[in-house]
Design a protein around this ligand. Structure first.
Ligand code: APR
Length: 262
């Protein structure tokens, strides 16, 4: 009887363009809470208001005070875990799949920077990166150390526009440069590897559906069923940090020494 890991590995090796889509679940073993389901932040605090961005535009000073100066409640907890979190075996496994030429691109909904920290290069952070700031006018991104907070809200050194955290708020449009990459990579993909996402939030949740609509394959890694389970060709039930290294081992064993899948 072929195991699910073997079925998933064979499907990946038979595919031409594998793209990964990750969510909060891939960072749970790094000590970062998910948003939904058991232990989820929104499960405890309730989903945030859907007009967060409109509130920011109405009063950017208050946004800065709340998020970067006073910082209380779940945000304090969340950002403190981001500051200290380290990649786990799931992040390293995905970086290795990229290195092997098996994973062509990685779309992440996470703002925790852990995929990059694990060595992934071809990464699109569709909801932004907590360690960066972004101008809402010209889209320029800055490291936190590059922008003085003497006056808040700070303004863009390039165009004078208002600067906010790079994290995409509810109600905020996804920055067009990132969205374009995500849509391009999805349009090329014939197999999507879904890791630790409830597939609840759009536009990210729409990417696997598009791959499926075009006859592509879906593989999910999640301890629990998700909204996409019925559409998946293989569902690997368990923790990403335990399952993904096994998947990499299987794929490496199938690839001839020194061979990459491209
Ligand atoms: N390994 C793999 N998956 C896990 C693990 C684990 N160790 N632990 C939990 N999960 C799964 C959960 O079962 C769930 O299906 O990860 C998923 C996390 O789902 P969400 O918390 O909804 O996170 P995500 O899908 O990334 O949310 C999307 O919603 O609130 C917004 O901006 C936020 O980017 C986020 C978006």
């Amino acid at each position: 009887m072929e195991s699910d890991i073997e079925r998933a590995g064979r499907l990946i090796l038979a595919s031409k363009y594998v793209v990964g889509l990750t969510g909060a679940g891939v960072s749970v073993e790094s000590g970062i809470r998910p948003f939904r389901g058991p232990g989820g932040l929104w499960t405890e605090y309730g989903e945030p208001p859907m007009d967060g961005y409109q509130r920011f535009l109405a009063n950017p000073k208050e946004y800065w005070e709340e998020r970067f100066i006073k910082r209380s409640g779940y945000r304090k907890q969340l950002y403190e875990t981001f500051e200290v979190a380290k990649p786990n075996p799931a992040h390293y496994a995905l970086a290795e799949l990229e290195e092997l030429g098996v994973l062509r691109y990685l779309i992440t909904q996470n703002v925790d920077n852990l995929h990059r920290a694990a060595g992934s290069k071809k990464v699109a952070e569709i909801h932004g990166n907590f360690s960066k700031l972004r101008c809402i006018q010209c889209g320029s991104r800055y490291g936190r150390e590059e922008i003085s907070l003497e006056t808040i809200p700070p303004h863009c050194p390039r165009c004078g526009g208002i600067i906010k955290g790079d994290g995409v708020m509810f109600g905020e449009p996804i920055p067009s440069d990132i969205l374009r990459i995500c849509e391009e990579e999805t349009s090329k993909s014939d197999c999507m590897l879904l890791v630790g996402t409830s597939a609840f939030v759009y536009p990210a949740a729409g990417f696997p559906q598009e791959v499926k609509r075009r006859g592509g394959a879906l593989i999910e890694v999640d301890p629990y069923e998700t909204g996409l389970t019925p559409f998946c060709d293989v569902s690997l039930r368990g923790k990403a940090g335990e399952i993904l290294p096994q998947l990499v081992d299987y794929i490496k064993a199938k690839l001839q020494p020194g061979e990459s899948s491209t």
